[in-house]
Design a protein around this ligand. Structure first.
Ligand SMILES: [Zn+2]
Length: 107
């Protein structure tokens, strides 16, 4: 794989780039561009981008809003991202067991 900071080829299982010392997130696995459930305002698109690019979600929203207001393509881009980006899987806390069959309670 390649260091995403300096671009040099490094060991596949390296946690640290040998050339520039950048810590690589190999432990967390490859991040996917997904719509965030936790930080969503509308569809979680901005939060998803923020998580993916490791940016502040507020910055992403502000930039997106500026693009939408001045460029006009922002709203369309948001809708496209909304459709295209998969939604982050829902984190279900340990699911309660299915209701066990109730024992027959007498008469
Ligand atoms: Zn590097």
């Amino acid at each position: 794989m390649y260091c995403n900071y300096c671009g040099k080829v490094i060991q596949d299982d390296a946690n640290l780039c040998a050339y520039c010392g950048t810590r690589l997130g190999s432990v967390a696995g490859r991040r996917k561009l997904m719509r965030s459930r936790a930080n969503r305002k509308i569809a979680g698109v901005c939060a998803g981008f923020a998580e993916y690019f490791d940016l502040d979600v507020t910055v992403v929203r502000v930039v997106w809003l500026i693009v939408a207001l001045f460029g006009g393509g922002g709203v369309l881009a948001y809708i496209i991202a909304w459709i295209v980006m998969p939604e982050e899987p829902e984190y279900v806390p340990v699911a309660p067991p299915a209701t066990p069959p109730q024992p027959y309670q007498g008469s």
